[in-house]
Design a protein around this ligand. Structure first.
Ligand code: NAD
Length: 499
């Protein structure tokens, strides 16, 4: 496969010249599999202009017709789910079942967006004053942009555009330059579903394309998902240019295991949530906090499970974990193994020696790794590693475990494993994290709740999708109305108050 990706603007692939290009890799072989155009001012300008031109027609399209486009899109994505998964696996590296799972979780948001006629219902109060009625409506904000990370090339864009479009906005997506192809198929399927040309556009590229979106006066709102330093930059730059911004950042997700927990369940969960998708999930468990005295027993159970994990190319059925996304990222993640040991951690399982099946020696491999006796001062704990490295911290008590989590600058997801309902309830009440699981290791909220972290994991006020998504992509308007009545009251210069 040697393919070239370009932008999708006004319902078709971009045919103009593009000054810059990047390579697309197959992480399982380490070889270049294609190229992608990088957008600058001209291409992003064309995409925003197409979205602006499509806006009046799309926002006036009836709610029922907008919902019908979402229903048709839902069926098309379902029918092409495996194809979409194969595209994701080829560029991201995750195993096919995981890629199909990401499409399924994205589809849940499409399901939610199909209910837009209900979601946009306003409120109505009759007779707020004599003969006066009041009601509220929500209207689209205009052209909105989505800037998304490499780790969910289909799901994270689907957190954004289904709701944005259903609300009557038009959209410009800037997906990750590392795995740009899934967005092309999504754009084609939206067109096939009946979305008018220009209502959904895709521009590829990196910082230059993003900066044009962040400063373009035609873009009214920006949704971002990615790492914390870039999220902060997006929030500060976008809001300084008068845009509504929600910017979701990185994570350090802790899983607390209390002494009364079922340790087999906890060990299974730690391995699944630590190494699924090679740890490249924003909700991956990267720090396990074992409340003593269960640390040694839990670590032994985790080691036992790690030994049998099959690491290999994502398109091989036997593979349970694929490669990392790029060589640079693999090398950066692997660097924490030595630095962790230098700082005093124990390398209980060294992923560099994990066997890889198949003929893929040059792929970006790193097997599952376990660092034990990690402490909060170490860099392998403080940094978001974003790879298959699980760090184990030992706490003497529930209170110490909670203190570790609440002192961490990130606050995306967390989980507690216990059979004590009172302890679990106390944890959900006290922990300063946006998404909490009780005996559930990756508590990604369903589409009818909203996704978002606290602290350095989110800049802005609203979480993504769910009712927060509807709020983000709409502006509220309150209308107070009186139809002429013989008792209208005549001239009165006082401030209107209810008599
Ligand atoms: P990233 O921040 O490097 O890139 C995200 C997007 O920003 C990409 O589209 C990229 O092209 C663009 N970008 C990169 N550098 C930029 C710059 N200097 N200026 C402007 N734009 C820039 O993130 P990534 O490596 O693609 O994804 C992994 C990160 O995303 C991890 O930190 C992970 O935790 C985070 N993430 C968070 C969530 C969440 O919901 N909070 C979900 C998924 C991923």
């Amino acid at each position: 496969m040697d393919q070239h990706r370009t932008h999708w603007i006004n319902g078709k692939p971009w045919t103009g010249e593009t000054a810059a290009r990047g390579d697309i890799y197959n992480p399982a072989t380490g070889r270049v599999a294609g190229t992608v155009d990088f957008a600058g001012e001209i291409e992003v300008g064309a995409a925003v202009a197409a979205a602006e031109a499509a806006l009046p027609g799309w926002r006036e399209t009836s709610l029922v017709k907008r919902a019908a486009v979402m229903f048709a899109f839902r069926e098309l994505v379902r029918s092409r789910q495996q194809e979409l998964a194969a595209i994701i696996t080829a560029e991201h590296g995750k195993v096919l079942s995981d890629a199909a799972g990401e499409v399924a979780r994205g589809l849940e948001v499409v399901d939610f967006a199909c209910g837009i006629p209900h979601l946009l219902r306003g409120g109505y109060s009759e007779n707020v004053s004599a003969g006066v009625d009041a009601y509220s409506i929500r209207q689209p904000v205009g052209v909105v942009a989505g800037i998304t990370p490499f780790n969910f090339p289909a799901m994270v864009p689907m957190w954004m555009f289904p709701i944005a479009l259903a609300c009557g906005n038009t959209f410009v997506l800037k997906p990750s330059e590392k795995d740009p192809s899934a967005s092309q198929l999504l754009a084609e399927l939206l067109a096939e579903a009946g979305l008018p040309d220009g209502a959904f556009n895709v521009v590829h590229g990196a910082k230059e394309a993003v900066d044009v979106l962040l400063t373009h006066p035609g873009v009214r709102a920006v949704s971002f998902v990615g790492s914390t330093p870039i999220a902060r930059y997006i929030y500060e730059t976008g809001t300084a240019h008068g845009k509504r911004v929600q910017a979701l950042g990185g994570a350090k997700n802790h899983m607390v295991v209390l002494p009364d927990a079922d340790l087999d369940l906890a060990a299974d969960a730690a391995v699944n949530a630590g190494f699924g998708s090679a740890g490249e999930r924003c909700m991956a468990i990267s720090a396990l906090v074992a409340v003593e005295p269960v640390g040694d027993e839990l670590v032994a159970k985790i080691e036992q499970r790690m030994a049998s994990l099959i690491v290999g190319p994502g398109d091989e059925e036997a593979s349970e974990m694929g490669p990392l996304v790029t060589r640079q990222h693999r090398d950066k993640v692997a660097g924490y193994l030595d630095s962790g040991v230098a700082e005093g951690a124990t390398l209980a399982v060294d992923g560099r020696s994990h066997p890889v099946t198949g003929d893929a020696a040059d792929g970006f491999w790193l097997g599952p790794t376990l660092l034990d006796h990690v402490t909060p001062e170490m860099n392998c704990y403080r940094d978001e590693i974003f790879g298959p490295v699980l760090s184990v911290l030992r706490a003497r008590s529930y209170a110490e475990a909670l203190q570790i989590i609440n002192a961490n600058p990130y606050g995306n997801g967390t989980a507690i494993f216990t059979n004590d309902g009172g302890a679990a309830r106390r944890f959900t009440h006290e922990v300063e994290v946006g998404m909490v699981g009780v005996n559930v290791p990756i508590p990604v909220p369903m589409a009818f709740y909203s996704f978002g972290g606290w602290k350095s994991s989110l800049f802005g006020d609203t979480h993504v999708y769910g009712t927060d998504g509807v709020h983000f992509y709409t502006r509220a308007k309150a209308v107070t109305s009186r139809w002429l009545d013989p008792s209208h009251g005549g001239v009165n210069l006082g401030f209107p108050v209810n008599q």
